[in-house]
Design a protein around this ligand. Structure first.
Ligand code: UD1
Ligand code: CA
Length: 451
């Protein structure tokens, strides 16, 4: 049985934030979310998150993906792990991680479990030029791990050690909880340190081990906003690299911001200053031009997106969007459509081959196939109290500058004359025209000029 205990009860004082530390996003996803995903991908069967500060926010976010232990008050990392005692299966191994280490990869988690096969405890250590605020790994004459000393409790000699505790441990579960009964809080911070288990295990003759991680940045702990930006940069680089190796062209990866859960097909090209977040899926051969923002978007193959914003919406194959358009709130634009300049779609369906090229608002509407929407068309969906739907059927032609006062239905192959304000439905094949007739005043222009 592989279990995990994630420590996420602390406030994160050094973040100077109203939001608890583990909920701060890195590449668009809370730190705690990255850790839970990595544990799941590594095949960990039981995940317990120790919550305290902002417990409700953490629970609301992770929902029933994990089990929870409550730590209140927060008396240190060892005390935090104790709170999970009754929730963990005694058999097998438990990995303990800090909720503020968002970059950890599932491969490293798997290696850590393997490294602990013949040991009671394996700590993941890292070699740094400067150990900074991290706990130091102190080895004895034979190179065996003797103890971990917190930076605040270090002697000068210990502080000079450059092998540090990443905060990630694997334990034989039974020994973990037996050892925790013996930790004390007689240290600089008067906390129950998880790190004291190394000495306790050694005293009991339970085998302890250290595994040095290949890339110390992967196990960095985020304590303040400077660390947060470093984690963001590391993860962005990692995500972008993965997409490039999968056949996606990033014209300037340093200025391309892609979330951890985004999927992108091969031969898609992404230009600079593009941000893609959430559960976004992008097809193959898509072009995303500069200054586009996509969040929870589903984009088909061969789509072109130019400086546009697409949120919680879907765009199907061979459609073009933009420049400067905005699709939102469950909009679905089907195949071979053209959404042009300065167009906003909200909660609307737009059928295959339909076009809407300029300066238009379509809200709460169902448009069929092969419809042409002229410049400056507005669906008037809101009367100040309620919203109403507009329906336009296949092949209709909506002249420029028409207002469609919802609820209203425009029939198949119907025509709306430019400049009409349409309040009544128009049947299939008919024309709706709703504007004052033009009159001509002969010579009036000349006379006016002379006055
Ligand atoms: C801890 C380690 C340190 C290690 C570093 C790696 C201890 C005593 N120190 O120090 O050796 O080098 O991580 O990043 O373990 N938390 C709780 N309850 C508490 C205290 C903390 O849940 O009572 C959680 C925090 O929310 C956080 C994590 O544990 O996610 C680590 O706590 P933090 O205070 O950041 O520990 P460090 O001082 O960084
Ligand atoms: Ca920390």
């Amino acid at each position: 049985m592989k279990s995990a205990i994630v420590l996420a009860a602390g406030k994160g004082t050094r973040m100077k934030s109203a939001l608890c530390k583990v909920m701060h996003p890195v590449c668009g996803k809370p730190m705690i979310g990255h850790i839970v995903s990595a544990l799941k991908n590594a095949g960990v069967e039981k995940i317990i998150v120790v919550v305290g500060h902002d417990a409700e926010k953490v629970k609301e976010y992770l929902n029933d993906e994990v089990a929870y232990a409550i730590q209140s008050p927060q008396l240190g990392t060892g005390h935090a792990v104790m709170q999970a005692d009754s929730l963990v299966d005694e058999e097998g191994d438990t990995i303990v991680l800090n909720g503020d280490g968002p970059c950890i990869q599932s491969e490293t988690i798997q290696k850590a479990f393997e490294a602990n096969r013949d040991h009671a405890l394996t700590v993941l250590s890292a070699k740094l030029d400067d150990g900074a605020h991290y706990g130091r790994i102190i080895r004895d004459g034979d190179g065996k791990v003797a103890k971990i000393v917190e930076a605040k409790d270090c002697s000068e000699k210990e502080r000079a050690v450059n092998e540090i505790n990443t905060g990630l441990f694997v334990f034989k579960t039974k020994e973990l909880f037996a050892g925790l009964k013996e930790i004390r809080n007689d240290n600089a911070q008067q906390e129950y340190y998880l790190t004291d288990l190394v000495e306790i295990f050694n005293r009991k003759g339970w085998s302890t081990n250290a595994m040095v991680v290949e890339d110390p940045d992967e196990t960095m702990g985020v304590n303040d906003r400077v660390d947060l930006a470093q984690a963001e940069a590391w993860m962005r680089n990692d995500i972008n690299r993965r997409h490039m190796l999968n056949g996606v062209t990033l014209v300037d990866p340093a200025h391309t911001y892609i979330g951890a859960d985004v999927e992108i097909g091969a031969d898609t090209t992404i230009y600079p200053n593009v941000m893609i977040e959430g559960e976004t899926h992008i097809g193959a051969h898509v072009q995303i031009l500069p200054n586009s923002f996509l969040s929870n978007a589903k984009i088909g193959d061969d789509v072109l997106i130019d400086s546009s914003k697409i949120v919680d919406s879907q765009v199907d194959a061979h459609t073009t969007v933009g420049p400067m358009s905005h699709l939102r709130n469950h909009t679905h634009v089907h195949e071979n459509c053209r959404i042009g300049n300065f167009v906003e779609f909200k909660n609307s369906d737009f059928g295959n081959g339909s076009k809407c090229a300029h300066l238009t608002y379509i809200g709460d509407s169902d448009f069929g196939e092969k419809i042409n929407v002229g410049c400056g068309v507005v669906t008037v969906n809101y009367d100040g109290k309620n919203k109403y739907r507009t329906t336009v059927k296949d092949g209709a032609f909506i002249g420029s500058n028409c207002n469609l006062i919802a609820p209203v239905t425009i029939g198949e192959n119907a025509l709306l004359a430019a400049g009409s304000t349409i309040t009544d439905s128009v049947n299939d094949g008919d024309m709706g025209i709703a504007r004052a007739r033009q009159t001509i005043k002969a010579g009036f222009g000349e006379q006016y000029k002379k006055k």
